[in-house]
Design a protein around this ligand. Structure first.
Ligand code: G4P
Length: 534
């Protein structure tokens, strides 16, 4: 391998930053995404991403929409340049789109941005996604949004993050006033004050007035009480004493916190600049041959998400591959670990919002979309050169369960084929009753959308009309110490035991309360909300 290639790779890795935003619906993810793209020059006027969201909200039949557009609406990887960096924003679908894909996307991310509504603090979906980030030890950057509206005290919000998520916080900037009296933020990095100008939706980059803390003109800009409050707050922050420790940030133990208002663009640039300084560049990943550095000259990557097109006229599937090492080039022939075959990667795509753009090359930290006529499954490794395999992607705890019924016995074969393929593809998890007479598969999902997709695809791709019968459970736990532990525990109240696709025992509970009771009564059961990789 020539030195030139290695230097090219090193440069590409140095410049790349990859992240996903985790948030609860309505915290402002669409708005923030849009503003980041605006600053990145990827769009010229805010509104483009939002229009997409509104279209999505406006139609209840998302599959109709998929059909009309001919391409998927849920998959998006946004790549944009900013200040000499190549940034990859992995979109985690929210709202009604919430599915296992949302979790899996985090397997391909190097950093996470936790977006919080200042009035609401931590919310359920954010907590769930945080758990996945924690498992992966991802660096987490917090953006407290909607400071222009009445919200909670900033210290109270930091305290909530520390207490409930066990993350140390370091406020990189600090808000001056809140709601009607929000006057701007104090940037602790260079002791400057960025003044907020109230305006309606900012469709262009905000022009901020910046003054230093010691500037005598400050009294002209800030009401006296807010100025004194700020000085007090700064003293308090100094007394609290934590320093920004990048090692802890990179280990997912400390979160740098930013305050702003995405809608008015305020604080977005401050955030982006600091994020690029602090975020982790693509780093080595665990594989069957140990940790492989991204600058390893041969190409390798893994599939973290599959997307089926709902339009029968374009029945293609796209496999999303996170590039881990080496340089990807169009038409490359790679080895596919699971099947032992070679595959030519033609027609690779980069996705920007709804548009697909063909790509010639990609580097570690990038995501490419590959046409996938049934070759790839979630977690598959592809590589060039000596064999290596990345750790698979685990199954995440489902919260919705339903029997999938096939009322037409003549379709038995198609039904089985469909279930097997959709399971392999990761569209839904499949479990089975331990009762031998109950052969119907149990669909297990994290979002309702997954059921809709299964039913739709069973009909359109396998010709089987199915029925879904919801089950009254909402919590699942894998029993890590296996069937013998389940047998030893004897009769378990208020839960049922089922088996997953790999014949591993899973307990289903109606609610958390029932789960806690079992934990208390049976400490010998090792329960986990994430399945070992199957
Ligand atoms: P999501 O993708 O996380 O679900 O959130 P989204 O960006 O769609 O934002 C949800 C709502 O919150 C939107 O209002 C949006 O304008 C508003 N919002 C986002 N950031 C801020 C902010 O910094 N300050 C304030 N005050 N509001 C913010 P909406 O009424 O649903 O839509 P629209 O009227 O803006 O179209």
């Amino acid at each position: 391998m020539s030195n030139e290639i290695i230097t090219d790779l090193e440069n590409a890795v140095e410049k790349r930053r990859n992240f996903a935003i985790i948030s609860h619906p309505d915290a402002g993810k669409t708005t923030l995404t849009e503003k980041l793209l605006l600053y990145g020059g990827a769009i010229h006027q805010a509104g483009a991403v939002k229009a997409r969201r509104d279209q999505r909200k406006a139609t209840s039949d998302w599959m109709e929409m998929e059909k009309q557009r001919g391409i998927s609406i849920t998959s998006t990887v946004l790549q944009f340049g900013y200040d000499n960096f190549q940034i990859n924003l992995l979109d985690t679908p929210g709202h009604q789109d919430f599915s296992e894909d949302t979790y899996r996307t985090l397997a391909a991310a190097d950093n996470a941005v936790m977006l919080i509504d200042a009035a609401k603090g931590l919310e359920p979906q954010t907590r769930k996604l945080f758990e996945v980030c924690k498992m992966r030890e991802l660096p987490i950057f917090t953006f407290v949004n909607k400071m222009d509206r009445p919200g909670r005290e900033p210290l109270e919000l930091l305290d909530e993050i520390e207490r409930e998520l066990g993350l140390q916080t370091y406020a990189v900037n600090w808000p001056i006033g809140i709601g009607d009296r929000f006057a701007g933020v104090y940037n602790r990095r260079d002791q400057t004050i960025h003044l907020f100008e109230r305006r309606e939706h900012g469709s262009r980059e905000a022009q901020e007035t910046v003054i230093s803390l010691g500037d005598p003109k400050i009294e002209k800009y800030l009401p006296q009480d807010l100025y004194y409050q700020l000085k007090e707050d700064i003293e308090l922050l100094e007394e609290l004493g934590s320093e920004l420790d990048l090692e802890m940030v990179h280990a997912g133990q400390m979160t740098p916190v930013f305050f702003g208002s995405a809608m008015t663009n305020f604080g977005v640039q401050l955030f982006l600049d600091a994020f690029l300084d602090y975020a982790l560049k693509p780093i080595g990943r665990q594989s069957s041959v140990g940790i492989v550095d991204p600058t390893y000259p041969e190409f390798s990557g893994f599939v973290f998400k599959l997307q089926a097109n709902m339009d029968p006229k374009h029945r293609d599937r796209v496999a999303f591959v996170r590039v881990c090492t080496g340089k990807f080039e169009k038409d490359m022939v790679v080895n596919h670990v699971r099947t032992g075959k070679t595959v030519r990667l033609s027609r690779p795509q980069k996705l920007f919002a709804q548009d697909r753009e063909s790509i010639e090359e990609a580097y570690p930290g990038d995501v490419i979309g590959l046409n996938n006529p049934g070759v790839f499954a979630i977690g598959d490794t592809i590589y060039v050169g000596s064999k290596l395999e990345y750790e698979g992607i685990p199954c995440f705890s489902p919260e919705l369960f339903a029997y999938l019924k096939n009322p037409n016995p003549s379709k038995f074969k198609q039904f089985q084929k469909g279930i097997t393929e959709l399971q392999e593809e990761g569209a839904v998890q499949i479990m089975y009753s331990t009762d031998d007479f109950k052969r119907e598969p149990i669909l297990a999902a994290v979002g309702q959308l997954q059921f809709d997709v299964v039913q739709f695809r069973m009909l359109s791709e396998y010709g089987v009309e199915t029925q879904v019968e919801l089950l009254p459970y909402s919590v699942a736990r894998w029993v890590r110490n296996g069937w013998s532990a389940v047998e030893k525990a004897g009769r378990l109240f208020n839960c049922i035991t089922v088996k997953d696709n790999w014949n591993r025992p899973v307990l289903l509970f109606k609610n958390e309360w029932n789960l806690n009771q079992i934990i208390e009564d049976h400490p010998e059961l090792e329960l986990s909300n994430i399945a070992p990789v199957g």
